[in-house]
Design a binder for this molecule. Structure first.
Ligand code: IMP
Length: 431
Protein backbone atom coordinates (compact mmCIF):
# COMPACT_ATOMS: atom_id res chain seq x y z
CA UNK A 1 0.00 0.00 0.00
CA UNK A 2 1.88 3.03 -1.26
CA UNK A 3 -0.64 5.72 -0.22
CA UNK A 4 -1.65 6.63 3.29
CA UNK A 5 -5.41 6.71 2.76
CA UNK A 6 -7.08 4.40 0.26
CA UNK A 7 -10.75 3.81 -0.38
CA UNK A 8 -11.88 0.59 -1.97
CA UNK A 9 -15.35 0.43 -3.48
CA UNK A 10 -17.49 -1.82 -5.66
CA UNK A 11 -18.15 -0.52 -9.16
CA UNK A 12 -21.03 -2.76 -10.21
CA UNK A 13 -23.99 -4.22 -8.29
CA UNK A 14 -21.96 -5.68 -5.45
CA UNK A 15 -20.35 -9.10 -5.11
CA UNK A 16 -17.32 -7.99 -7.12
CA UNK A 17 -15.02 -9.85 -4.74
CA UNK A 18 -14.21 -6.85 -2.56
CA UNK A 19 -13.47 -9.07 0.45
CA UNK A 20 -10.53 -10.78 -1.17
CA UNK A 21 -9.11 -7.50 -2.55
CA UNK A 22 -9.46 -5.84 0.88
CA UNK A 23 -7.77 -8.88 2.32
CA UNK A 24 -4.79 -8.40 -0.01
CA UNK A 25 -4.61 -4.63 0.67
CA UNK A 26 -5.20 -5.03 4.41
CA UNK A 27 -1.93 -6.91 4.67
CA UNK A 28 -0.25 -3.52 4.14
CA UNK A 29 -2.70 -1.33 6.10
CA UNK A 30 -2.67 -0.43 9.80
CA UNK A 31 -6.32 0.54 10.08
CA UNK A 32 -9.27 -0.94 8.14
CA UNK A 33 -12.61 0.84 8.25
CA UNK A 34 -16.13 -0.07 7.16
CA UNK A 35 -18.31 2.99 6.78
CA UNK A 36 -21.76 2.06 5.42
CA UNK A 37 -24.26 -0.76 5.13
CA UNK A 38 -24.61 -3.62 7.53
CA UNK A 39 -25.09 -7.36 7.49
CA UNK A 40 -26.50 -7.15 3.96
CA UNK A 41 -22.86 -7.37 2.84
CA UNK A 42 -21.06 -10.65 2.48
CA UNK A 43 -17.32 -10.28 2.02
CA UNK A 44 -15.68 -13.62 1.39
CA UNK A 45 -12.04 -14.13 2.27
CA UNK A 46 -10.19 -17.40 1.80
CA UNK A 47 -7.15 -17.55 4.10
CA UNK A 48 -5.09 -20.51 5.23
CA UNK A 49 -7.37 -22.82 3.26
CA UNK A 50 -10.38 -21.64 5.28
CA UNK A 51 -13.30 -19.60 3.98
CA UNK A 52 -14.55 -16.66 6.05
CA UNK A 53 -17.62 -14.61 5.21
CA UNK A 54 -17.70 -11.21 6.87
CA UNK A 55 -21.05 -9.48 6.96
CA UNK A 56 -20.32 -6.75 9.47
CA UNK A 57 -16.69 -6.97 10.48
CA UNK A 58 -14.06 -5.24 8.39
CA UNK A 59 -12.20 -7.82 6.30
CA UNK A 60 -8.91 -6.88 7.99
CA UNK A 61 -9.90 -8.83 11.12
CA UNK A 62 -7.72 -11.78 10.12
CA UNK A 63 -4.45 -9.87 10.33
CA UNK A 64 -2.59 -9.42 13.61
CA UNK A 65 -2.20 -6.07 15.32
CA UNK A 66 -4.59 -4.08 13.17
CA UNK A 67 -7.22 -1.57 14.18
CA UNK A 68 -10.57 -2.42 12.57
CA UNK A 69 -13.23 0.25 12.72
CA UNK A 70 -16.97 0.07 12.18
CA UNK A 71 -17.92 3.64 11.36
CA UNK A 72 -20.92 5.77 12.26
CA UNK A 73 -22.40 5.24 8.77
CA UNK A 74 -23.00 1.57 9.45
CA UNK A 75 -26.15 -0.16 10.66
CA UNK A 76 -25.17 -2.93 13.02
CA UNK A 77 -27.11 -6.02 13.99
CA UNK A 78 -25.68 -6.86 17.44
CA UNK A 79 -26.66 -10.53 17.28
CA UNK A 80 -24.82 -10.91 13.98
CA UNK A 81 -21.81 -9.03 15.36
CA UNK A 82 -21.60 -11.43 18.28
CA UNK A 83 -21.90 -14.51 16.04
CA UNK A 84 -19.26 -13.23 13.67
CA UNK A 85 -16.78 -12.27 16.37
CA UNK A 86 -17.15 -15.45 18.36
CA UNK A 87 -16.70 -17.50 15.18
CA UNK A 88 -13.33 -15.95 14.40
CA UNK A 89 -10.35 -18.24 14.55
CA UNK A 90 -7.77 -16.93 15.36
CA UNK A 91 -9.65 -14.72 17.77
CA UNK A 92 -9.00 -10.94 17.84
CA UNK A 93 -7.49 -11.29 21.35
CA UNK A 94 -4.89 -13.83 20.30
CA UNK A 95 -3.77 -11.84 17.27
CA UNK A 96 -4.05 -8.46 18.94
CA UNK A 97 -6.54 -6.91 16.54
CA UNK A 98 -8.53 -4.08 18.05
CA UNK A 99 -12.14 -3.57 17.01
CA UNK A 100 -13.72 -0.14 17.46
CA UNK A 101 -17.45 0.31 16.97
CA UNK A 102 -18.54 3.91 16.54
CA UNK A 103 -21.07 5.09 19.10
CA UNK A 104 -22.85 6.78 16.20
CA UNK A 105 -23.49 3.56 14.28
CA UNK A 106 -27.17 2.64 14.27
CA UNK A 107 -28.45 -0.60 15.73
CA UNK A 108 -30.59 -2.96 13.66
CA UNK A 109 -33.36 -4.21 15.91
CA UNK A 110 -35.57 -7.27 15.31
CA UNK A 111 -38.45 -4.96 14.32
CA UNK A 112 -36.35 -3.57 11.48
CA UNK A 113 -35.96 -7.04 10.02
CA UNK A 114 -39.67 -7.69 10.45
CA UNK A 115 -40.59 -4.39 8.79
CA UNK A 116 -38.15 -5.14 5.94
CA UNK A 117 -39.88 -8.47 5.27
CA UNK A 118 -43.38 -6.96 5.56
CA UNK A 119 -42.61 -4.07 3.19
CA UNK A 120 -41.11 -6.47 0.65
CA UNK A 121 -44.22 -8.67 0.81
CA UNK A 122 -46.49 -5.65 0.22
CA UNK A 123 -44.35 -4.35 -2.66
CA UNK A 124 -44.31 -7.84 -4.17
CA UNK A 125 -48.09 -8.11 -4.13
CA UNK A 126 -48.86 -4.58 -5.23
CA UNK A 127 -49.85 -3.99 -8.84
CA UNK A 128 -48.14 -0.59 -8.70
CA UNK A 129 -44.88 -1.74 -7.16
CA UNK A 130 -42.39 -4.56 -7.20
CA UNK A 131 -40.33 -6.27 -4.52
CA UNK A 132 -36.79 -4.92 -4.42
CA UNK A 133 -35.36 -8.27 -3.46
CA UNK A 134 -33.76 -6.93 -0.28
CA UNK A 135 -31.52 -9.15 1.82
CA UNK A 136 -34.11 -9.02 4.63
CA UNK A 137 -31.49 -7.78 7.10
CA UNK A 138 -33.50 -4.74 8.18
CA UNK A 139 -31.20 -2.29 6.42
CA UNK A 140 -33.79 0.04 4.84
CA UNK A 141 -36.01 0.38 7.95
CA UNK A 142 -32.96 1.00 10.16
CA UNK A 143 -31.74 3.84 7.91
CA UNK A 144 -35.31 5.21 7.85
CA UNK A 145 -35.12 5.53 11.64
CA UNK A 146 -31.71 7.14 11.41
CA UNK A 147 -32.99 9.84 9.09
CA UNK A 148 -36.24 10.34 10.96
CA UNK A 149 -34.06 10.75 14.08
CA UNK A 150 -35.68 8.05 16.13
CA UNK A 151 -32.94 5.43 15.69
CA UNK A 152 -31.09 3.66 18.47
CA UNK A 153 -27.35 4.16 18.22
CA UNK A 154 -24.57 1.93 19.51
CA UNK A 155 -23.84 4.49 22.26
CA UNK A 156 -27.44 4.12 23.53
CA UNK A 157 -26.98 0.40 24.07
CA UNK A 158 -24.76 0.97 27.09
CA UNK A 159 -27.07 3.47 28.83
CA UNK A 160 -29.99 1.43 30.18
CA UNK A 161 -32.20 4.49 30.82
CA UNK A 162 -31.71 6.02 27.39
CA UNK A 163 -32.11 2.60 25.79
CA UNK A 164 -35.40 2.03 27.64
CA UNK A 165 -36.75 5.43 26.58
CA UNK A 166 -35.78 5.04 22.95
CA UNK A 167 -36.99 1.47 22.73
CA UNK A 168 -40.36 2.41 24.23
CA UNK A 169 -40.75 5.26 21.75
CA UNK A 170 -39.84 3.02 18.86
CA UNK A 171 -42.27 0.30 19.89
CA UNK A 172 -45.04 2.88 20.32
CA UNK A 173 -44.41 3.80 16.70
CA UNK A 174 -43.67 0.38 15.18
CA UNK A 175 -46.15 -1.88 16.95
CA UNK A 176 -49.27 -0.19 15.52
CA UNK A 177 -47.74 -0.39 12.05
CA UNK A 178 -46.94 -4.07 12.51
CA UNK A 179 -50.36 -4.87 13.94
CA UNK A 180 -52.70 -2.61 11.99
CA UNK A 181 -51.03 -2.41 8.62
CA UNK A 182 -49.21 -5.73 8.33
CA UNK A 183 -51.33 -7.89 10.65
CA UNK A 184 -48.26 -9.02 12.59
CA UNK A 185 -47.91 -9.51 16.36
CA UNK A 186 -46.38 -6.59 18.27
CA UNK A 187 -42.97 -6.71 19.98
CA UNK A 188 -43.20 -6.82 23.78
CA UNK A 189 -41.08 -4.18 25.51
CA UNK A 190 -39.82 -6.32 28.42
CA UNK A 191 -38.50 -9.18 26.35
CA UNK A 192 -36.82 -6.96 23.78
CA UNK A 193 -35.34 -4.65 26.41
CA UNK A 194 -33.85 -7.62 28.26
CA UNK A 195 -32.26 -8.86 25.03
CA UNK A 196 -31.02 -5.39 24.15
CA UNK A 197 -29.34 -5.00 27.54
CA UNK A 198 -27.44 -8.22 26.82
CA UNK A 199 -26.39 -6.92 23.38
CA UNK A 200 -25.39 -3.69 25.09
CA UNK A 201 -23.00 -5.55 27.39
CA UNK A 202 -21.34 -7.07 24.33
CA UNK A 203 -21.32 -3.81 22.35
CA UNK A 204 -19.67 -2.07 25.33
CA UNK A 205 -16.53 -4.15 24.74
CA UNK A 206 -15.92 -2.45 21.41
CA UNK A 207 -17.59 0.91 21.70
CA UNK A 208 -15.31 3.81 20.90
CA UNK A 209 -14.91 7.14 19.17
CA UNK A 210 -14.13 6.21 15.60
CA UNK A 211 -13.74 9.87 14.58
CA UNK A 212 -10.93 10.37 17.10
CA UNK A 213 -9.43 7.01 16.24
CA UNK A 214 -9.24 7.91 12.53
CA UNK A 215 -8.01 11.41 13.28
CA UNK A 216 -5.11 10.16 15.37
CA UNK A 217 -4.29 7.43 12.84
CA UNK A 218 -4.06 10.16 10.18
CA UNK A 219 -1.85 12.30 12.42
CA UNK A 220 0.43 9.34 13.18
CA UNK A 221 0.90 8.60 9.49
CA UNK A 222 -0.85 5.24 9.77
CA UNK A 223 -2.06 3.61 6.56
CA UNK A 224 -5.84 3.49 6.45
CA UNK A 225 -8.01 1.41 4.16
CA UNK A 226 -11.70 2.26 3.81
CA UNK A 227 -13.65 -0.83 2.82
CA UNK A 228 -16.81 -0.08 0.88
CA UNK A 229 -19.73 -2.50 0.95
CA UNK A 230 -22.37 -3.07 -1.75
CA UNK A 231 -21.46 -0.95 -4.77
CA UNK A 232 -21.87 2.13 -6.94
CA UNK A 233 -24.95 0.94 -8.80
CA UNK A 234 -26.64 0.12 -5.47
CA UNK A 235 -25.87 3.55 -3.99
CA UNK A 236 -28.94 5.31 -2.58
CA UNK A 237 -28.26 8.44 -4.65
CA UNK A 238 -26.20 7.30 -7.61
CA UNK A 239 -27.48 3.76 -8.15
CA UNK A 240 -30.41 2.42 -10.12
CA UNK A 241 -33.02 3.84 -7.72
CA UNK A 242 -35.30 2.39 -6.34
CA UNK A 243 -33.43 -0.90 -6.88
CA UNK A 244 -30.66 0.12 -4.52
CA UNK A 245 -29.64 -0.27 -0.92
CA UNK A 246 -30.17 2.52 1.62
CA UNK A 247 -26.62 3.76 2.14
CA UNK A 248 -23.92 5.77 0.34
CA UNK A 249 -21.80 3.10 -1.29
CA UNK A 250 -19.74 5.44 -3.46
CA UNK A 251 -16.26 6.52 -2.40
CA UNK A 252 -17.53 9.84 -0.99
CA UNK A 253 -19.62 7.86 1.51
CA UNK A 254 -16.54 7.30 3.67
CA UNK A 255 -16.34 11.02 4.46
CA UNK A 256 -19.73 11.02 6.15
CA UNK A 257 -19.76 7.37 7.18
CA UNK A 258 -16.42 7.50 8.96
CA UNK A 259 -15.37 11.15 9.20
CA UNK A 260 -12.31 11.12 6.99
CA UNK A 261 -11.83 14.59 5.47
CA UNK A 262 -12.18 14.42 1.66
CA UNK A 263 -8.85 16.22 1.34
CA UNK A 264 -7.07 13.32 3.05
CA UNK A 265 -8.09 10.61 0.56
CA UNK A 266 -5.06 9.65 -1.53
CA UNK A 267 -6.38 6.91 -3.72
CA UNK A 268 -9.67 5.34 -4.77
CA UNK A 269 -9.60 1.76 -6.00
CA UNK A 270 -12.60 0.29 -7.79
CA UNK A 271 -13.24 -3.44 -7.70
CA UNK A 272 -14.52 -4.73 -11.03
CA UNK A 273 -15.60 -8.29 -11.59
CA UNK A 274 -14.57 -9.55 -15.04
CA UNK A 275 -18.29 -10.00 -15.82
CA UNK A 276 -21.45 -8.64 -14.18
CA UNK A 277 -23.82 -10.03 -11.58
CA UNK A 278 -26.78 -8.67 -9.71
CA UNK A 279 -28.91 -10.04 -6.87
CA UNK A 280 -32.38 -8.71 -6.30
CA UNK A 281 -34.55 -6.82 -8.74
CA UNK A 282 -33.71 -3.96 -11.08
CA UNK A 283 -32.42 -3.28 -14.58
CA UNK A 284 -29.37 -5.20 -15.77
CA UNK A 285 -28.75 -4.55 -19.49
CA UNK A 286 -26.10 -7.24 -20.09
CA UNK A 287 -27.90 -10.01 -18.19
CA UNK A 288 -27.69 -13.39 -19.94
CA UNK A 289 -30.66 -15.64 -19.31
CA UNK A 290 -29.24 -18.44 -21.46
CA UNK A 291 -26.48 -21.05 -21.20
CA UNK A 292 -23.80 -18.33 -20.97
CA UNK A 293 -25.42 -16.88 -17.84
CA UNK A 294 -25.69 -20.37 -16.40
CA UNK A 295 -22.03 -21.09 -17.13
CA UNK A 296 -20.88 -17.84 -15.51
CA UNK A 297 -22.98 -18.64 -12.44
CA UNK A 298 -21.56 -22.15 -12.23
CA UNK A 299 -17.91 -21.25 -12.92
CA UNK A 300 -18.04 -18.23 -10.64
CA UNK A 301 -20.10 -19.90 -7.85
CA UNK A 302 -22.46 -16.95 -8.12
CA UNK A 303 -24.74 -17.51 -5.17
CA UNK A 304 -25.32 -14.77 -2.58
CA UNK A 305 -22.90 -14.91 0.38
CA UNK A 306 -25.63 -13.43 2.60
CA UNK A 307 -28.83 -14.94 1.24
CA UNK A 308 -27.66 -17.91 -0.86
CA UNK A 309 -29.77 -16.61 -3.76
CA UNK A 310 -28.53 -17.43 -7.28
CA UNK A 311 -27.07 -14.26 -8.77
CA UNK A 312 -28.17 -12.96 -12.15
CA UNK A 313 -25.14 -13.10 -14.48
CA UNK A 314 -24.07 -11.38 -17.71
CA UNK A 315 -21.27 -9.81 -19.72
CA UNK A 316 -19.07 -7.00 -18.46
CA UNK A 317 -20.73 -3.62 -18.97
CA UNK A 318 -18.22 -0.87 -19.73
CA UNK A 319 -20.91 1.82 -19.98
CA UNK A 320 -21.81 1.20 -16.35
CA UNK A 321 -18.15 0.88 -15.41
CA UNK A 322 -17.27 4.22 -16.96
CA UNK A 323 -20.05 5.77 -14.87
CA UNK A 324 -18.52 4.25 -11.73
CA UNK A 325 -15.11 5.56 -12.79
CA UNK A 326 -16.52 9.09 -12.87
CA UNK A 327 -18.73 8.99 -9.78
CA UNK A 328 -15.92 7.60 -7.63
CA UNK A 329 -12.92 9.22 -9.32
CA UNK A 330 -11.16 5.88 -9.65
CA UNK A 331 -7.36 5.88 -9.59
CA UNK A 332 -7.03 2.20 -10.29
CA UNK A 333 -9.02 -0.96 -10.86
CA UNK A 334 -8.80 -4.30 -9.11
CA UNK A 335 -10.12 -6.81 -11.65
CA UNK A 336 -11.48 -9.96 -10.02
CA UNK A 337 -12.47 -13.42 -11.16
CA UNK A 338 -10.80 -13.26 -14.55
CA UNK A 339 -10.31 -17.03 -14.27
CA UNK A 340 -14.09 -17.53 -14.41
CA UNK A 341 -14.02 -16.51 -18.07
CA UNK A 342 -11.59 -19.33 -19.00
CA UNK A 343 -13.17 -21.96 -21.21
CA UNK A 344 -16.17 -19.99 -22.48
CA UNK A 345 -17.15 -20.58 -26.12
CA UNK A 346 -17.75 -16.89 -26.70
CA UNK A 347 -16.73 -13.68 -24.97
CA UNK A 348 -18.46 -10.31 -25.20
CA UNK A 349 -18.12 -6.93 -23.60
CA UNK A 350 -20.68 -4.10 -23.70
CA UNK A 351 -19.35 -0.82 -25.11
CA UNK A 352 -22.57 1.16 -25.63
CA UNK A 353 -26.34 1.04 -25.16
CA UNK A 354 -29.05 1.35 -27.72
CA UNK A 355 -31.91 3.22 -26.08
CA UNK A 356 -35.01 3.65 -28.25
CA UNK A 357 -32.87 3.35 -31.39
CA UNK A 358 -30.24 5.85 -30.27
CA UNK A 359 -26.76 4.66 -29.38
CA UNK A 360 -25.22 6.17 -26.25
CA UNK A 361 -22.10 5.58 -24.19
CA UNK A 362 -23.28 7.49 -21.11
CA UNK A 363 -25.02 5.62 -18.31
CA UNK A 364 -28.62 6.78 -17.84
CA UNK A 365 -29.35 8.14 -14.37
CA UNK A 366 -32.86 6.72 -14.50
CA UNK A 367 -33.72 3.07 -13.89
CA UNK A 368 -36.70 3.45 -16.25
CA UNK A 369 -34.38 4.45 -19.10
CA UNK A 370 -31.90 1.73 -18.19
CA UNK A 371 -34.71 -0.85 -18.48
CA UNK A 372 -34.94 0.06 -22.16
CA UNK A 373 -31.18 -0.07 -22.81
CA UNK A 374 -30.07 -2.78 -25.22
CA UNK A 375 -26.36 -3.60 -24.99
CA UNK A 376 -24.09 -3.03 -27.97
CA UNK A 377 -21.38 -5.67 -27.74
CA UNK A 378 -17.90 -6.19 -29.03
CA UNK A 379 -16.94 -9.85 -29.42
CA UNK A 380 -13.52 -10.86 -28.22
CA UNK A 381 -11.47 -14.00 -28.62
CA UNK A 382 -12.14 -16.37 -25.72
CA UNK A 383 -9.37 -18.39 -24.09
CA UNK A 384 -9.41 -21.91 -22.76
CA UNK A 385 -6.27 -22.04 -20.61
CA UNK A 386 -6.44 -22.34 -16.82
CA UNK A 387 -4.99 -19.02 -15.60
CA UNK A 388 -5.08 -19.70 -11.86
CA UNK A 389 -1.31 -20.12 -11.68
CA UNK A 390 -0.51 -16.85 -13.52
CA UNK A 391 1.37 -14.34 -11.35
CA UNK A 392 2.36 -11.78 -14.02
CA UNK A 393 0.34 -10.25 -16.81
CA UNK A 394 2.79 -11.78 -19.27
CA UNK A 395 1.78 -15.25 -17.97
CA UNK A 396 -1.79 -14.69 -19.20
CA UNK A 397 -2.89 -16.03 -22.58
CA UNK A 398 -2.90 -13.39 -25.35
CA UNK A 399 -6.75 -13.32 -25.46
CA UNK A 400 -6.97 -12.62 -21.71
CA UNK A 401 -4.39 -9.83 -22.06
CA UNK A 402 -6.51 -8.30 -24.84
CA UNK A 403 -9.59 -8.45 -22.60
CA UNK A 404 -7.73 -6.66 -19.80
CA UNK A 405 -6.28 -4.10 -22.23
CA UNK A 406 -9.74 -3.26 -23.60
CA UNK A 407 -10.98 -2.47 -20.08
CA UNK A 408 -8.00 -0.19 -19.45
CA UNK A 409 -8.35 1.56 -22.82
CA UNK A 410 -12.09 2.16 -22.48
CA UNK A 411 -11.95 3.43 -18.90
CA UNK A 412 -8.55 5.15 -19.06
CA UNK A 413 -7.87 3.66 -15.62
CA UNK A 414 -4.90 1.41 -14.85
CA UNK A 415 -5.57 -2.09 -13.60
CA UNK A 416 -3.49 -2.56 -10.46
CA UNK A 417 -4.45 -6.06 -9.49
CA UNK A 418 -6.00 -9.07 -11.19
CA UNK A 419 -7.67 -11.94 -9.33
CA UNK A 420 -7.09 -15.27 -11.06
CA UNK A 421 -8.45 -17.64 -8.41
CA UNK A 422 -10.15 -17.73 -5.02
CA UNK A 423 -7.08 -17.94 -2.76
CA UNK A 424 -5.07 -15.06 -1.27
CA UNK A 425 -2.11 -16.03 -3.44
CA UNK A 426 -4.08 -16.25 -6.71
CA UNK A 427 -3.37 -12.63 -7.55
CA UNK A 428 -1.42 -10.74 -10.19
CA UNK A 429 -0.15 -7.55 -8.56
CA UNK A 430 0.70 -4.84 -11.07
CA UNK A 431 0.74 -1.48 -9.27
P1 IMP B 1 -30.95 -4.27 1.18
O1 IMP B 1 -29.59 -3.67 1.23
O2 IMP B 1 -31.05 -5.56 1.96
O3 IMP B 1 -32.02 -3.29 1.53
O4 IMP B 1 -31.24 -4.71 -0.35
C1 IMP B 1 -31.43 -3.77 -1.39
C2 IMP B 1 -30.82 -4.28 -2.68
O5 IMP B 1 -29.41 -4.31 -2.57
C3 IMP B 1 -31.24 -5.72 -3.05
O6 IMP B 1 -31.32 -5.82 -4.46
C4 IMP B 1 -30.09 -6.56 -2.55
O7 IMP B 1 -29.97 -7.78 -3.23
C5 IMP B 1 -28.91 -5.63 -2.84
N1 IMP B 1 -27.78 -5.84 -1.96
C6 IMP B 1 -27.64 -5.45 -0.69
N2 IMP B 1 -26.44 -5.80 -0.21
C7 IMP B 1 -25.79 -6.41 -1.21
C8 IMP B 1 -24.48 -6.98 -1.33
O8 IMP B 1 -23.65 -6.95 -0.41
N3 IMP B 1 -24.19 -7.51 -2.54
C9 IMP B 1 -25.05 -7.50 -3.58
N4 IMP B 1 -26.27 -6.97 -3.51
C10 IMP B 1 -26.64 -6.44 -2.33
Amino acid sequence: MNSQVQVLIGTQWGDEGKGRVVDVLASEADVIVRYQGGANAGHTVVAGGRKYVFHLLPSGMLYPDRVCIMGNGMVVDPEQLETELLGLDPSPETIGTKLVLSGGAHIVMPYHKKLDACAEAVRGKSSSGAALGTTGKGIGPCYVDKYSRIGIRAEDMVSPDILAKKLRLNLEEKNPILEKIYGEPPFGFDELYEKALGWGRFVALFLGDSTLEIDSALADGKRILFEGAQATLLDIDHGTYPYVTSSSCVAGGCCTGAAVPPTRIDKVIGVVKAYCTRVGAGPFPTEKLDAVGEQLRKNGAEYGATTGRPRRCGWLDLVALNYAVKVNGLDSIALTKLDVLSGLDELKICLAYDVDGVERVSFPGSAAVLERARPVYKSLKPWSEDITGCRRVSDLPQAAREYVALIEETTSVRIGLIGVGPGREDTIKIL
